[in-house]
Design a protein around this ligand. Sequence first.
Ligand code: ATP
Ligand code: LTN
Length: 336
Amino acid sequence: MSENQKKTIFSGVQPSGKLTLGNYLGAIRNFPILQQSYHCIYCVVDMHAITVRQEAAALRRATLEVLAQYIACGLDPEKSILFIQSHVPAHAELAWVLNCFTMFGEASRMTQFKDKSAKHADNINVGLFTYPVLMAADILLYQADLVPVGVDQSQHIEICRDIAGRFNGLYPGTFVMPEGYYPKAGEGAKINSLADPRMKMSKSDPNPGGCILLMDKPEDIMRKFKRAVTDSEASIVMDPVGKPGVSNLIQIYALATGKTIAEVENEFAGKGYGEFKPAVGEAVVELLRPIRERTEQLLASKDYLEQVYTQGAQKAAYLARKTLDKVYRKVGFVAR
Ligand code: ATP
Ligand code: LTN
């Protein structure tokens, strides 16, 4: 495929804490696969992260850690544009314009807003409310065709498409209409908490036992899997409704080993949780070991990371500016 025919991919991850196995299996794992055949742009969305209170030093550390983990998970800064959202002012600038093309009612319907408002009842700020508009700006600035994310983000992709459609209706030909690119069911679409398998594994989960972090040490990973909540009926079969805990573990084991769900069920037919849980732990330890080691090396090379995010921001800013100029012209702002 020639360079000009390649489609554009955009995605982002918040540096709101330490990355989890859910972030990896649901989203980041797919990022490097796509960089061969698409123009890929991957962002660390620090401006989204401050919709929830963050400690400044921790946010700075987490931002560099997500960038390092992008590279450790296989993204190549020579092939993909890797950058930090707050380094490209066009994100905030386009978000303002799009705020004026987003209806209060449609933003009110976002389940993430409702969930986070309930979780942070003492800080229901306007940024949390307009979070999806900033996310729409991220995507539309780069005229992205595809957005690889976990299924929990599908409502945000839909509102982005609604905003783009409304804007294009008034000002034809402004934005490419993006599409979500989700893992299939059973292929990492939704990894659940080990402590409460009906809930999504989330980096902001207050219960650390439920969450495997990419930087967890092998002994911590083993302990968390051995304590994973399952059920009293010790059979290893996929049944997401009746046996959510075991089904979550089967999915994780299948993804970590490259086996199908049926192969996993066969492998453990007639065996109990005492054998299965440590096997899942070991598979995940091996999956994450190279990522953790590479991340540690990269975090020790601050100059290299700085070079990656500086060059990434330059390339991103050039592309973003082109779209922003077009939008400013269409809405009637006087050219600078
Ligand atoms: P937070 O807990 O701060 O809201 P998060 O853990 O949900 O964060 P994000 O930064 O919002 O993580 O998400 C990064 C990417 O990881 C998104 O594409 C999201 O869909 C995906 N993702 C997050 N958690 C999971 C999960 N448990 N299973 C599958 N994909 C997930
Ligand atoms: N809301 C996303 C993070 C995000 C994003 C984006 C993902 C912000 N901007 C643009 C894809 C494209 C999340 O994963 N929670």
